[in-house]
Write a protein that binds this ligand. Structure first.
Ligand SMILES: [Zn+2]
Length: 246
C-alpha cells in the first residue's frame, strides 16, 4: 500500500488522489509531502514532492493552485504555479492540477466524456463566496457536461473539530445554511456538497478529518506554527504515451 495516498478515485483514465503528508522529502515542520511553495519550506523539497505527486497520477506536468480564499477560477494549459485563484480547469492531457489544502476542502470535477478536469479549494471564505458554483460554471464553459461530470471531495476539517466564533456561523445563515452544524461549528464539506448535489452525476467523498488524522496536514492543529499543505491532485493520463504508441 502506498503511504502517500490517502484516497484515490479512478475514472476512465483520469486519476484523482488525496495526498497524505507522509513519505515525502520535506523536513519538520513541513514533514514531509508538502506541496506548497509559500509556507517557508525548502523549494527543492517542494519540487521533489511535486514530482512524487505527478507520478501518483501518471502525469509529466503539474499546475499548482495559488489559493486566495475567493472564487476566481482559471483555465490553465501550462505547468507551474497558477495565477491567484481557488479553481483550476484544464482540458490538457498529462497536466495534473493540484488544489492545496490543510483543513480547507479540496474538491474536483471530472468529465471523462468531454475530457475536462478541475480542482477547487474552499475554506469558510470560499464556501461563503461560492467558489463551488464558480468552478461548475467555468467547467461547463470549458466544454464539460454536468450529466457526465463526477465530483471528488477530499478530506477536510470535520464539523466537530471546526469550532468558530458565533458571528461567523451567522454569516452562513442566509447564504449557505447547509454548512451550519451547530451555532458554533461549521461543516465545510456539507457546504461544498450542498452546491454540487443535484448538478453533477455523482459525488465521490474521500472522507477524513485533517485535524484528527495525523497523516494529514492541518493548519489548525499546527496552532500558528508553520506547516505544509497537501490536497487533491487530478490528471488525465496520456494514453498514447503510456502505451508507447506516441
Ligand atoms: Zn474532526
Amino acid at each position: 500500500m502506498n503511504t502517500q495516498v490517502f484516497g484515490r478515485v479512478s475514472i476512465e483514465g483520469i486519476e484523482a488522489i488525496a495526498l497524505n503528508r507522509t513519505s515525502g522529502t520535506s523536513l519538520p515542520p513541513f514533514d514531509s509531502l508538502n506541496l506548497a511553495s509559500y509556507v517557508g519550506d525548502d523549494p527543492h523539497h517542494v519540487t521533489a514532492n511535486l514530482e512524487i505527486a505527478k507520478e501518483l497520477v501518471l502525469a509529466n506536468e503539474i499546475s499548482v493552485m495559488n489559493a486566495e480564499h475567493g472564487n476566481t477560477v482559471h483555465v490553465v494549459t501550462k505547468p507551474g504555479i497558477a495565477n491567484p485563484g481557488d479553481g483550476l480547469i484544464t482540458n490538457q492531457t498529462d497536466l495534473a492540477l493540484v488544489a492545496l489544502a490543510a483543513d480547507c476542502v479540496p474538491f474536483g470535477l471530472v468529465d471523462p466524456v468531454n475530457r475536462v478536469i478541475a480542482v477547487g479549494h474552499a475554506g469558510w471564505r470560499g464556501v461563503l463566496a461560492n467558489v463551488m458554483q464558480s468552478l461548475v460554471d467555468e467547467f461547463v464553459a470549458s466544454g464539460a457536461q454536468l450529466s457526465h461530470t463526477q465530483a471528488i471531495i477530499g478530506p477536510a476539517i470535520c464539523a466537530n473539530c471546526y469550532e468558530v466564533p458565533a458571528q461567523r456561523v451567522e454569516q452562513f445563515r442566509k447564504v449557505r445554511p447547509e454548512a451550519i452544524s451547530t451555532p458554533r461549528n461549521l461543516d465545510l464539506v456539507a457546504g461544498v456538497k450542498s452546491v454540487l448535489i443535484g448538478q453533477v452525476a455523482q459525488i465521490h467523498e474521500l472522507v477524513g478529518c485533517t485535524f484528527e488524522n495525523p497523516d494529514l496536514f492541518s493548519y489548525r492543529r499546527a496552532a500558528g506554527e508553520p506547516t505544509g499543505r497537501g490536497g487533491l491532485v487530478i490528471a488525465m493520463s496520456n494514453f498514447a504515451k503510456q502505451n508507447g504508441n506516441e
